[in-house]
Design a protein around this ligand. Structure first.
Ligand code: GLY
Ligand code: MN
Ligand code: MN
Length: 447
């Protein structure tokens, strides 16, 4: 990490204690590592540890297995990590080993990975409920099943296999859903870096600039400000490309008259920001583009105001769908009775996604949208979500007004739920028409 970590060891310990409390003393939770992924031949994607492992320990090396065994006589946190190996470290980077896991990451007991198959059954032995998430790594799943079989069928001893296996995500993701003060410090920082990057891209854009040049500028800014990665593949789409929701090729030259849509966010110290801005490539919207942009902006501002304690997330979706359907009618994209249009989901042609998602260590962060009883989950202080309405009119849509074809607009901010109402963490990223036109016009040249 480029900067001193903001989340300290006390916070990691508090998180583990909260998990231990949630699962109880007769349970054990095992968190398997995200496997390393080959990109091509003998090169690998940059490694990003599982958010669950990072949340509990801050331990970022590959292969680490984290076990929380509440009430264990040696302590709750047991870790299995790669062993120190001077030759491997010379080639592939530093390892802290078991000693480092104890000294630096709060492990009560730490082992090297070669000890896993021998020690793990002992940690599970006699616990009623095993918390583990199947379906993420076949090889690790097999180890868990083998361990369970061993504990169930051993001779001369009472069966020590758990009576039930629960999904380890349930308890942990409930905790991850509510952000602590320290997490919000990190998220505000990710938001600030991301906001600055969007402003730079607006200022650097002019007709003829390539989408990938703006991507490079944004990601350069992330990195030079100490962010570790883009939190997701940056989307820089001009003109019709902006109507493709997950357009990540970013290959084309931006044309005069295009609206440019940029959806990019950094990951800073493990936490994501997620901002979308849409702006005119030449510094001035055409009148129809302006109408479309202003309509989306008004819907977005209204949706942010909807982010209040007690309201279910689903209601934000429904209210936004209705407002955007109404905008579609006003813009000449749809015609007919508003109730019928909403009922038949006619707006999906131009607004095919939802209003937003939880945000945190993952861009589409974890945490249930439903309560355990199946009811829709109400917003509560400390939750962070995106609000990102958009309208996308493909160039080939013969039914749309000519001047709107090939225009996509999305406006996305990151919103903290507080008892006093919504707090926009990305408020520093301009979005009024006057301000974004001014920024695009105040051009800076790309280095
Ligand atoms: N950047 C992904 C999203 O907005 O959901
Ligand atoms: Mn988003
Ligand atoms: Mn986004």
């Amino acid at each position: 990490m480029s900067h001193a970590p903001i989340i300290d060891q006390d916070e990691f310990a508090r998180r583990r204690a909260a998990l231990a409390e949630a699962i109880g003393h007769d349970s054990v939770a095992i968190f398997a590592p995200t496997p390393e992924r080959r990109r091509s031949h003998d090169t690998f994607y940059a490694y990003r540890a599982s958010s669950d492992v990072l949340y509990l320990t801050g331990f970022a090396e590959p292969e680490a297995v984290v076990v929380i065994a509440p009430g264990h006589p040696d302590g709750d946190l047991h870790m299995f990590v790669r062993e120190r190996d001077p030759l491997k470290e010379q080639w592939d980077g530093r390892r802290v080993g078991a000693e480092g896991a104890r000294a630096l990451h709060g492990a009560d007991v730490a082992y090297t990975l070669d000890e896993l198959d021998e020690v793990l059954p002992k940690l599970v032995d006699g616990r009623r409920d095993l918390h583990y998430t199947f379906g993420q790594d076949d090889a690790f799943d097999k180890r868990i099943l083998a361990l369970n079989t061993t504990l169930r069928h051993r001779r001369n001893l009472p069966p020590g296999a758990p009576a039930s296996i629960s999904d380890a995500r349930d308890a942990l993701h409930e905790l991850r859903l509510i952000k602590s003060d320290a997490e919000l410090v990190v998220m505000r920082h990710a938001a600030e870096i991301t906001s600055e990057a969007h402003v730079l891209a607006m200022r650097a854009c002019s007709p003829g600039t390539h989408e990938y040049e703006l991507q490079a500028l944004i990601e350069y800014h992330f990195r030079r400000r100490g962010a570790d990665f883009p939190a997701y593949s940056s989307i820089v789409g001009a003109g019709d490309n902006a109507t493709i929701l997950h357009y990540i090729e970013n290959t084309d030259a931006i044309q005069d008259g295009d609206v440019v849509l940029i959806d990019a966010g950094c990951e800073y110290q493990g936490y994501a920001a997620d901002i979308t801005r849409s702006f005119p490539a030449n510094g001035s919207f055409t009148s129809p583009q302006r109408d479309l942009y202003q309509a989306v902006l008004e819907v977005q501002l209204a949706a942010i105001e909807d982010v209040t304690v007690g309201r279910p997330f689903q209601e934000l979706h429904l209210r936004t769908e209705r407002r955007l359907a109404e905008a579609c009618v006003q813009l000449g994209l749809l015609s007919g009775d508003l109730d019928e249009l909403v009922e038949s989901k006619a707006h999906k042609k131009y607004y095919p996604h939802g209003v937003g998602h939880w945000l945190g260590m993952d861009v589409h962060d974890v945490g249930p949208y439903y309560a355990p009883n199946g009811e829709r989950r109400a917003l509560a202080p400390g939750m962070v979500l995106t609000i990102e309405p958009g309208l996308y009119v493909p160039a080939h849509d013969d039914s749309a007004p000519q001047a709107l074809r090939g225009v996509g607009v999305r406006i996305e901010d990151d919103i903290l739920v507080t008892a006093d109402g919504p707090e926009n963490l990305t408020a520093s990223c301009p979005k009024s028409i006057a301000r974004i036109e001014e920024l695009v016009a105040s051009s800076i040249s790309l280095p």
